[in-house]
Design a protein around this ligand. Structure first.
Ligand code: ADP
Length: 251
């Protein structure tokens, strides 16, 4: 179920929550036994924030009462690590849900879909999004998948590029296909890692070590969806800097 759990308010409740995550982990292990590598990677990724959470709970139990200064530090870490757990679990659920997805491909006009998608999104982001899309260009795709893919690419473009640099979405017909390119002016992706970033849990070192939150699952979800929709995705360098992620989908 995706019903939100009540927010824990005491170390004991956080500890109980951590325990139920451990149980969730075991359940995940059972259900995905056929994807052993994935499960083992997922467990590893889930275990890291769990270990931090348990460490801080133990610190709170030992020193929380006499040392109020450890409280705020511990709470900050509990907050950020439990957020990370939540993002991981939600992305894992998306992956398993997508594996059983029934698609409804239909001919969609891109320009109105983009306008509808960007309206609420643009309000929460600092970068401007410029759209260049011929008004009648249409694509054969499942609408929900298309939206998920574009939002994931936009999220990354926004997350990894400077706030004052615009993001561009460019749509073009190309033979029997349509290309939808999301370009940013961020750090770009080193050539030797352009293929790797689609792997589950892979993050470029600079992203992993920076404060930019992420799970390394967003692009693997995009590549899962694009192949379900008989398309492909590629990355090139933007000029003068940044990356261009191009979705190619059937017309
Ligand atoms: P996440 O963003 O959660 O780490 P993704 O699977 O979406 O996971 O991306 C994998 C990695 O690819 C990121 O950690 C980052 O290193 C790199 N990346 C993705 N999009 C961009 C982008 N627009 N600019 C620079 N690096 C990017």
């Amino acid at each position: 179920s995706t019903t939100p759990l009540p927010v824990p308010t005491t170390p004991l409740e956080v500890q109980q929550l951590a325990k139920s995550f451990n149980q969730l982990l075991s359940a995940l292990n059972q259900e995905l036994i056929h994807e052993q590598q994935f499960v083992s990677d997922a467990s590893h990724e889930l275990r890291t924030p769990l270990t931090v959470i348990r460490g801080y709970i133990s610190l709170l139990k030992r020193r929380g009462a006499e040392h109020p200064e450890v409280l705020s530090e511990a709470i900050d870490f509990l907050d950020s690590e439990s957020n990370r757990l939540q993002q991981l679990v939600e992305s894992l659920l998306t992956i398993t849900r997508n594996e059983r997805l029934t698609l409804s491909p239909q001919r969609l006009e891109l320009a109105p879909v983009l306008t509808q998608l960007l309206k609420p999104y643009q309000e929460q982001m600092t970068q401007k999004v410029q759209v260049d899309c011929p008004p009648t260009l249409s694509v054969l795709v499942d609408e929900n998948s298309l939206k998920q893919m574009i939002l994931a690419l936009l999220d990354n473009a926004a997350k990894y590029s400077p706030t004052n640099q615009p993001i561009k979405i460019t749509c073009k017909p190309q033979d029997d296909n349509v290309t939808i390119a999301v370009s940013d002016q961020g750090p770009g992706i080193p050539n030797n890692q352009k293929n790797l970033i689609f792997d589950r849990f892979y993050r470029v070192d600079t992203a992993r070590s920076s404060q930019i939150p992420g799970t390394g699952l967003g692009l693997s979800i995009v590549s899962q969806l694009v192949s379900l929709n008989h398309g492909s995705i590629s990355i090139t360098d933007n000029d003068p800097r940044g990356s261009v992620f191009t979705l190619t989908l059937p017309k």
